[in-house]
Ligand binder design. Structure first.
Ligand code: CAA
Length: 379
């Protein structure tokens, strides 16, 4: 596989880097402290084409490949991992899912608004009692003839309050277990749909994470994605691509913390010389760079395999597992290199360490990624 970036890829990288440095960096600390959603910045991401990068231009997207998407995700997450997750969910779970499996009517009605960044989307799979065990859906979508009656609660939903369009996974035929699950499109404002409390999170605090409540919400049959019972397959298929996006977010967090560490190590003096001249710090930087490069290659490989329409389930799981573990480790090292300064907000790396943690949890925990990889090995 050739991972030399083309001129187009370099242009995407530069555009994302410039946007992140000029628009996301100012205020990133304050947004984290105040748990303030980057509304202005998210709108700009839409205008610049970052919210529907892989979507067909016929539906308002950028028509780019997955490699372009992960390159942009890395640059944006280097500076602001909250903006990274807002972008990732919209691109790879919501837009990609609708483009791949939605009807023409659904694409015209929903995808065009989502891909252009006019509105934001949310992907609603997790429940109070269905996290890793995603087949155990308690939310029900009762078939009432020409509509579904949706009832239940979803938890930890990224973009939960800021979204306008929600993809909701729910059980229609419990006797069929995961084969009875459907995915329904619900718009904010639907009668019976309420956005619940906003979570006070450890990291990615500027992204808004909510519980959602559905009480007798009527969803027309035309807003079901795919055939009856396709919902779980839909969720798993979109998550395969979503995991590449989150792997790129984790890569960005790790790379951002590494870059800050290199700069700091050159400036900070101890025992009469810059700490970069001490072997203890040099070894940390060398190991960080090596692991980050390995993570980047896994992320690029998964993206390329998706672009080439190869089976990328295992590659996506490996990329997410390795990149998120690297992000947690590298940000912890970055705090260590920064010493006391690393433990305070002003120097960014403490936020990055908190942000890194969620990449080991959402879109499938590290343990679930290992399960997915092991199943691929043994199948
Ligand atoms: N790709 C495609 N299909 C898959 C799949 C995959 N990666 N994994 C499972 N499936 C299919 C299986 O083929 C099977 O279908 P068939 O019966 O037709 O063969 C069906 O799904 C059920 O699979 P299993 O029998 O393997 O079910 P299981 O219960 O043993 O395991 C699981 C399923 C892999 C653990 C799954 O529940 C899982 O991935 N859990 C993690 C859930 C998750 O990632 N949640 C993320 C929430 S969204 C989020 O985090 C967004 C955000 O905020 C950023």
């Amino acid at each position: 596989m050739n991972f030399i970036l083309t001129e187009e890829h370099e242009a995407v990288q530069q555009a994302a880097r410039d946007f992140a440095r000029n628009q996301l960096l100012p205020g990133v600390i304050e947004r984290d402290i105040e748990t303030r959603f980057p509304a202005r910045e998210a709108k700009m991401m839409g205008e610049l084409g970052f919210m529907g990068m892989m979507t067909d231009p016929a539906y308002g997207g950028g028509g780019m490949d997955t490699l372009s998407y992960v390159i942009a995700m890395e640059e944006i997450s280097k500076i602001d991992a909250s903006a990274g997750v807002i972008m990732s969910v919209n691109n790879s779970l919501v837009c990609w899912g609708l483009q791949e499996f939605g009807t023409e009517e659904q694409k015209q009605k929903y995808l065009t608004r989502l891909a252009s960044g006019e509105v934001i989307g949310a992907f609603c799979l997790s429940e109070p009692e269905a996290g890793s065990d995603a087949t155990s859906q308690r939310t029900t979508a009762e078939d009432k003839g020409d509509y579904f009656l949706l009832n239940g609660t979803k938890n930890w939903i990224t973009n939960g309050g800021s979204a306008s369009i929600y993809l909701v996974i729910a059980q229609t035929h419990p006797e069929l277990r995961h084969k009875g699950i459907n995915c329904l499109i619900v718009e904010k404002g639907a009668e019976g749909f309420a956005v619940g409390k906003k979570e006070d999170k450890m990291g990615i605090r500027a992204s808004d994470t909510h519980s959602l409540m559905f009480a007798d919400v009527k969803v027309p049959k035309s807003d079901r994605v795919g055939d009856d019972g396709f919902g779980f397959k839909f969720a798993m298929s979109t998550l395969n691509g979503g995991r590449i996006g989150i792997a790129a977010q984790a890569l960005g967090i790790a790379a951002g913390a590494y870059e800050l560490s290199v700069s700091y190590a050159k400036e900070r003096k101890a025992f009469g010389k810059p700490i970069a001249e001490h072997q203890a710090i040099q070894f940390k930087l060398a190991e960080m760079k090596t692991k980050i490069e390995a993570a980047r290659l896994l992320v690029y490989k998964a993206a390329k395999m998706k672009d080439e329409h190869m089976d990328y389930v295992e590659a996506a799981a490996m990329a997410k597992l390795f990149a998120s573990e690297t992000a947690m480790w590298a940000t912890t090292e970055a705090v260590q290199i920064h010493g006391g300064y690393g433990y305070v907000r002003e120097y960014h790396v403490e936020r990055m360490m908190r942000d890194a943690k969620i990449t080991q949890i959402y879109e499938g925990t590290s343990e679930i990624q290992k399960l997915v990889i092991a199943r691929e090995i043994l199948k």
